[in-house]
Ligand binder design. Structure first.
Ligand SMILES: [Ca+2]
Ligand SMILES: [Ca+2]
Length: 487
């Protein structure tokens, strides 16, 4: 109760909205524009990537506070999103992989983020990919636009994936599971375009209640297939490959090598001679996503809610493009775990804020509650980062924690990354000296103290995995999709 009162007090101080009337009505709650991007790693201009073109994300980041060290709770769509949206780390929910249906697994009484806002008088609307595909729960929302054009109980899974040009099999090419290839279509033919249009339309309507609008972009998830014009921005002869150490895996223990799968995607890419092309196609797809963010923010800026709406933008995890001979997410290193993450909060953040503290997405749920003056549901594990939004260089002692599959964790502090696998294998990187994580120091006795300190943060709760582990979730999903698309 005390927390609630305090929250009300601070919300009042911020002067959100202008509803403090003579009858002493509580101040209007701020609106929320919640933006989820799928599979966008740290390749954005504002985080220092030199070849990518992300003018809209760069502009948006400059309007508030962006985090240079924001990390996912899990490097995989479903566990990352479930952790963020339930406030429960994978070990606490048992949701470790894309095959784990969070709706059946999370502890009873778990209140999800959108539902919590809905229960507290918000008008809660979503579009695109917020929960992982097929695992949406329509009762969390007042309205939802799925891939078919509408969320409804007859089509809760958005099974229509594959009907739009963007999802059709035409134009897909690539190397094994790394799928890419330009599309002969317009932006308008893309699901993400429709999701943005839907949210912009909602922003243009008068709203009686405070709102929580969630816009989930599917790209730059594979296939890296977007309209041709985006590829033309990245001539193949100018593409730079990521900086990779050839024998980087020599000091990585067996559990880490098993995650890297050097004989899988990476071997196939090398054999094909198409590494640069793959990088080009990822870059093109990122710029498409950036253009969609540009449309969304343009619509937002024209709306009546520009000055009383919190923007929280995140990508669900990172991506490897050959670093550690690994491709995709599904690993515990920097490339797979770090992703773009920013907040624009009227009355709290100032333009140009840069926060270098290590934070993970477990803080999003409690921070949104804090900023909106809502109580924090019991199950939520994280704590509000409000003080970092107010003052980006404020002290923050916590590391970011990422879990991939059962009981494998990475602890990322400002200087170090410590990885402990379920079988006891370890890696330790001195990130402030070795940002590409090339030298594993875990076996060096002189760093025993650092390891011990970092190990204190290892999650204590590691619920047994219920299923979905050990299989390649994307392959499984693709098979199912193909089957569904066959008449
Ligand atoms: Ca993802
Ligand atoms: Ca190495």
């Amino acid at each position: 109760m005390k927390r609630l009162l305090l929250a009300f007090f601070f919300t009042g101080l911020l002067g959100f909205g202008a509803a403090q009337s003579a009858e002493d009505k509580p101040a209007a709650r701020p609106n929320v524009l919640f933006i989820a991007i799928d599979d966008l790693r740290d390749w954005v201009g504002y985080l220092g990537n030199k070849q990518v073109k992300t003018p809209n994300l760069d502009k948006l980041a400059a309007r508030g506070v962006h985090f240079t060290h924001g990390y996912c709770a899990s490097p995989c769509c479903n566990p990352s999103r479930t952790a963020l949206l339930t406030g429960l780390r994978p070990g606490a929910s048992g949701v470790y992989n894309n095959g784990d249906d969070w709706r059946k697994i999370v502890p009873e009484g778990t209140v999800t983020l959108p539902l919590h806002f809905k229960n507290n008088g918000y008008y809660v609307v979503g579009a695109g990919k917020i929960y992982h595909g097929g695992l949406n729960r329509l009762s969390d929302w007042d309205d939802y636009l799925n891939e078919r054009g509408r969320g409804n109980e007859d089509d809760p899974d958005g099974k229509a994936r594959g009907k739009g040009k963007h999802q059709a099999n035409e134009g897909w090419d690539g190397v094994g599971g790394i799928r890419f290839g330009p599309l002969d279509c317009d932006d308008k033919d893309m699901t993400d375009y429709q999701s943005v249009s839907y949210i912009v339309k909602k922003l243009g309507q008068p709203q009686e209640k405070p709102f929580f609008f969630a816009c989930g972009l599917h790209k730059p998830h594979m296939p890296w297939s977007v309209p041709k014009k985006y590829y033309e921005l990245y001539p193949l002869d100018k593409i730079e490959l990521p900086k990779v150490l050839e024998n980087d895996l020599d000091d990585v223990p067996p559990a880490g090598i098993a995650m890297a799968r050097p004989n899988g995607d990476h071997a196939a890419i090398l054999k094909s001679g198409r590494w640069k092309e793959a990088v080009q196609e990822y870059l093109a797809t990122i710029t498409f996503s950036d253009a969609m963010i540009g449309r969304l923010i343009e619509g937002f800026d024209k709306s009546a809610y520009k000055d009383n709406t919190i923007i929280c933008l995140w990508s669900d995890h990172g991506w490897h493009l050959g670093e550690k001979q690994h491709w995709r997410k599904f690993a515990l290193w920097e490339e797979a775990t770090r992703a773009p993450y920013m907040w624009i909060v009227p009355g709290v953040t100032k333009p140009g804020g840069v926060c270098n503290r290590t934070v993970d997405y477990m803080q999003i749920y409690p921070t949104l509650c804090d900023l909106a003056g809502l109580p924090v549901p019991k199950q939520v594990e994280g704590e509000s980062i409000r003080k970092l939004l107010e003052k980006p260089d404020a002290p923050w002692a916590k590391p970011a924690i990422t879990t991939w599959l059962y009981n494998n964790h990475a602890i990322r502090s400002e200087d170090w990354r410590y990885i402990r696998y379920a079988n006891g294998d370890e890696e330790l990187y001195h990130n402030s000296m070795d940002p590409l994580e090339w030298t594993n120091l875990a076996k060096k006795p002189e760093y025993a103290k650092e390891k011990e300190e970092l190990a204190k943060w290892l999650p204590k709760v590691n619920k047994e995995a219920t299923g979905g582990n050990g299989k390649n979730p994307e392959k499984k999903a693709r098979k199912a999709q193909k089957k569904a698309a066959t008449p």
